[in-house]
Ligand binder design. Structure first.
Ligand code: FES
Length: 151
């Protein structure tokens, strides 16, 4: 990341933090917004957020590291987060997860992650493909996603 990019990012993260600072439970809101904007939370974001919220960097880091959804490295490519919650398991989620893992193999451009309940149980099996919630996933959809083809 160049110095200019770093500065722009720092300014934006600071603005995001300031925009939520007076809300209830601002830290999670800010972290989600940073994830939405950049796809990950950089180590340099943590002291900025901590400063705006008057928290220690350890407190912010603790929250970032506690939740698996907060990644600290940029995604290397397509990200499939497949639900393995009970409702989705009852409609074939385990097979989809196994298929996605097998197809992605050692590919560096696809990341298959597990997630437990997206609140979309009625439309399971559910998952997020590049951050977009999808229901009624099928092996064809998952295969196309792993292979980078439109489904
Ligand atoms: S169990 Fe999968 S969305 Fe709820």
């Amino acid at each position: 990341m160049s110095t200019t990019q770093h500065s722009e990012r720092a300014d934006l993260v600071c603005a995001m933090a300031a925009a939520h600072a007076d809300e209830r439970g601002p830290l999670l809101l800010i972290l989600h917004e940073v994830m939405d904007e950049f796809g990950y939370i950089d180590a340099t974001d943590i002291p900025i957020i901590a400063d705006v919220l008057n928290l220690s960097t350890a407190e912010v880091h603790g929250v970032v590291s506690f939740y698996h959804d907060f990644r600290t490295t940029p995604p290397s490519g397509r990200v499939l987060a497949l639900c393995r919650g009970e409702a989705c398991q009852a409609v074939g989620a385990e097979d989809l997860f196994t298929t996605a893992r097998r197809l992605s193999g050692s590919r560096a451009d696809v990341e298959v992650r597990q997630i437990f309940c997206l609140g979309n149980c009625a439309l399971g099996p559910s998952g997020m493909i590049d951050g977009v919630l999808q229901g009624r996933l099928t092996a064809d959809v998952v295969t196309a996603a792993v292979e980078g083809k439109p489904s």
